[in-house]
Design a protein around this ligand. Structure first.
Ligand code: KG4
Ligand code: ZN
Length: 336
């Protein structure tokens, strides 16, 4: 088969991204225009601003992705785009752009699920990795334990009942004055703190050993901070960050290991922004070594939102003959 080149577009949240991916696993270009600076001013992502910035930047981002890859639109075999889940206005910018390019050039259009993209990010740097494998998907909007049965075939084994892991990191970071985005800031400051300093709860969900709940640990941190303020006592930010991070990562690791054992999976992968957390990587590495599991995770740049992962997931849809119609629409709460 001749080479397959996919132009991929990702605009589900606050990164405007485009990439060119060759044969599913080779990155020819990866352009990410982050809006973090703007949203930091508001303490979180403002959907209307995100949509507007995507519109302003998307053409340049795509053009740069093509130039960096050394290709033109006529070399491309398909245009892939994230169509959900995410912010509806933000998603619509990418979907409309992808449809316009595919229509104008007569190429195939492939809509990709954002979480499927995050999971596929593991395939970029680990050429030997193939399904079946297990995946812990932890991002700003999602916390899922997924059995990846084959390319594009998933079974959700566990999910969060309330906050996503990244959301808890972001909220706690705001409460301890670290600002947005909280995950990387907590990761950094926690290195100076004692993870055993404060005992925050490790919540499990009664009727499902694989589901997560992070609103309890988040509230416990907020209560602790308020308690300290009432007593006029000092808040040791590194200790709070390290103890909170330990409480979250303990649960993520123990649930993942338990589920992988119960489902008889030998390979574990991690995906999503929180998968770049250094304490989580270390703890998962240790647990996998102790239990005989193979562990994979992407480099940080492929953990957070990017278009390469969308191009990788789209490649396997391309091989199956998938081609979306011009009625492809943004689906903010798209299910996996
Ligand atoms: O996957 P992602 O870029 O976007 C979504 O699909 O949500 O994930 C963003 C989330 C944010 O909540 C951010 O705080 C978190 O990932 N994050 C981290 C780290 N880097 C990003 N959380 C913990 N430690 C990190 N190093
Ligand atoms: Zn994401």
């Amino acid at each position: 088969m001749s080479d397959v080149l996919i132009l991929a577009i990702e605009s589900s949240c606050d990164e405007t991204a485009a990439a060119v991916v060759k044969n599913g696993r080779q990155v020819l270009s990866n352009i990410i225009s982050s809006q973090i600076d703007i949203h930091t001013l508001y303490g979180g992502v403002v959907p209307e601003i995100a949509s507007r910035k995507h519109i302003e930047r998307i053409n340049q981002v795509i053009e740069k992705a093509l130039v960096d890859a050394g290709v033109t639109l006529s070399d491309i075999d398909a245009v892939a785009v994230t169509y959900g889940p995410g912010l509806v206005g933000a998603l619509l910018v990418g979907v409309a752009e992808a449809k316009a390019i595919a229509f104008a050039t007569g190429k195939r259009l492939i809509g990709v699920h954002h979480i499927e993209g995050h999971i596929a990010a593991n395939l970029i740097e680990h050429k030997e990795l193939e399904p079946p494998f297990f995946s812990l998907v932890v991002s700003g909007g999602h916390s899922h334990l997924v059995k990846v049965k084959d390319y594009g075939e998933f079974e959700i084994i566990g999910r969060t009942r309330d906050d996503a892991a990244g959301e808890a990191f972001d909220k706690v970071a705001r409460a301890i004055g670290l600002g947005y985005p909280g995950g990387p800031k907590i990761d950094k400051v926690a290195k100076e703190g004692n993870p055993e300093a404060i005992e925050f709860p490790r919540a499990s969900v009664g009727d499902s050993p694989y589901d997560f709940s992070f609103s309890g640990v988040k509230s416990a941190v907020l209560n602790y901070i308020n308690g300290q303020k009432m007593k006029d006592a000092k808040i040791n930010v590194p200790d709070v960050a390290a103890s909170f991070q330990k409480a979250v990562t303990d649960v993520l690791v123990s649930h993942t290991i338990q589920a992988a054992k119960d489902y008889d999976m030998k390979t574990i992968t991690m995906a999503g922004g929180v998968a770049s957390n250094s304490a989580l990587r270390q703890a998962m590495k240790t647990a996998c070594a102790e239990n005989g599991f193979k562990l994979y995770y992407p480099s940080p740049v492929y953990c957070t939102d990017n278009a390469v992962m969308i191009g990788v997931a789209a490649y396997y849809e391309y091989l199956k003959g998938v081609s979306d119609g011009w009625n492809l629409n943004a689906v903010p709460n798209l299910k996996l």
